[in-house]
Structures are given as structure tokens and as C-alpha cells.
Design a protein around this ligand. Structure first.
Ligand code: MN
Length: 223
């Protein structure tokens, strides 16, 4: 079976018509081809947005979502209860990727703490005041909250460390809650940079995506 894997659409209350139309045309193609889509999360960007405003603004594109789609949750849509944290098929393991980011680049915090903060940010509405209350409730983590809420929460060096970790087969040693046997192949998003090596790949941020064909061949693409 062929899979179309995409990630990090980051739909907000102000996503442009151009980007929404691009997503709709992608969905139409997926339906015509009859393939299964895998959405690696950060489909929505609920951080500092009213969640209903995001959904209502993007409702036309949401209605076009492929019927055969696996939806994972990312750190920006972690309260999305319809998503799953991980998925697996054959040798492929699918995660959003913030798990790796926390394990590799945020040694000062647990994944549990990170998820708690991400959840708070997903529920912070549109106002700065809400964000301030989030910061206050987690004031002991003020420095790292700045890091994870800042626009450039990771730089190219952080992304490189994640890619190096996968390239060196080191993911087995990380507390990511994902079963990585020797022959498994990790598909992750989150970094917004396309990447492919012998044991893992990243589709990048949509309109970048990747395909997995019947022979398990992974190909990086752009819509
Ligand atoms: Mn992410």
C-alpha cells in the first residue's frame, strides 16, 4: 500500500486562502489515488490561538480530509483528542518528533513536563493575558518556557542533533516511548526540514511531504 505522509501544516485562524487551497488540492489527489494519508501532527497550531477560531476558519479544508488518514498529535495540537501519539506499520514507526527534541535538546525537562506546558499553550486563547497566566503557573520553568514558546525554539543546530541521533541509530537509547528495533525505520516531523537517511526520514512541513510505496521505498516530495 502506498502512503502519503505529511506534517506541520500549522493551521491557524489566519491561514491564507492560498495555503488552504493547496491543502485541498493535495487532499483531492490523495482521494483520487485511493492512498492512505498519514498526518504527523501540528496539523493545527493552537498555541496562542482560540481553538474554535482555528477550526471555523479552516472548516472547508477540514471537510476535505481523506477518509483513510492516520492522525498523530504534535506539540501544537496536543489537546486534539482524535489524534494518536504514535503509529506503526511494518518496519515503519511514526511520531511527531517533539519527543526527540525534548530528549536531545531539552535535557533539563521531562517529556511529561513539556507536554503539560504544550497543553497549557494550546488552551491559552488569543490573548497575551492568557499566555501570562500560563507563564505564571509554570514560573519555575520560566527560562525554558521562553525557549519552547519562542518563534525559533530550535535552531539549525538543534535540528542537526536530531538528524544525527537518527543517523547514528541512537533513538533506542532515548526515553521516547516508541519501540525501535534494529530494523525499524523512524518517520518523524516537527523540525520542518526534509530529511532522509538509512533508518529514518522527515517529510518536512507541508507542502513538503513524502511517499512510501509498495516496496517500502521512501521518497521526499513537494506538492
Ligand atoms: Mn512540532
Amino acid at each position: 500500500m502506498t502512503y502519503f505522509v505529511y506534517s506541520d501544516v500549522h493551521l491557524t485562524h489566519s491561514t491564507s486562502d492560498k495555503n488552504l487551497n493547496s491543502l485541498i488540492s493535495f487532499y483531492n489527489y490523495i482521494k483520487e489515488e485511493g492512498v492512505t494519508a498519514i498526518n504527523l501532527g501540528d496539523y493545527f497550531d493552537y498555541w496562542r490561538c482560540n481553538n474554535f477560531d482555528v477550526l471555523s476558519h479552516c472548516s472547508e479544508a477540514l471537510a476535505m480530509r481523506p477518509i483513510h488518514e492516520i492522525l498523530l498529535t504534535g506539540n501544537h495540537d496536543i489537546i486534539n483528542t482524535s489524534g494518536v501519539p504514535t503509529w506503526a506499520k511494518g518496519k515503519f514507526r511514526f511520531i511527531h518528533g517533539h519527543e526527540l527534541d525534548v530528549a536531545i535538546n531539552m535535557e533539563y525537562m521531562t517529556l511529561e513536563n513539556y507536554i503539560a506546558i504544550a497543553n497549557k499553550l494550546c488552551m491559552s486563547g488569543n490573548t497575551i493575558g492568557s499566555l501570562a497566566s500560563v507563564l505564571w503557573s509554570f514560573r519555575t520553568y520560566a527560562g525554558l518556557i521562553y525557549k519552547i514558546t519562542h518563534e525559533k525554539s530550535w535552531d539549525e543546530n538543534d535540528i542537526q542533533r536530531i538528524e544525527d541521533c537518527i543517523n547514528l541509530h541512537l533513538t533506542n537509547y532515548l526515553p521516547t516511548d516508541i519501540d525501535m528495533s534494529d530494523r525499524s525505520y523512524l518517520i518523524f516531523g516537527h523540525t520542518h526540514r526534509q530529511f532522509k537517511c538509512e533508518c529514518g526520514a522527515n517529510p518536512g512541513a507541508f507542502p513538503d511531504y513524502l511517499t512510501i510505496d509498495d516496496n517500502d521505498q521512501v521518497k521526499l516530495e513537494r506538492w
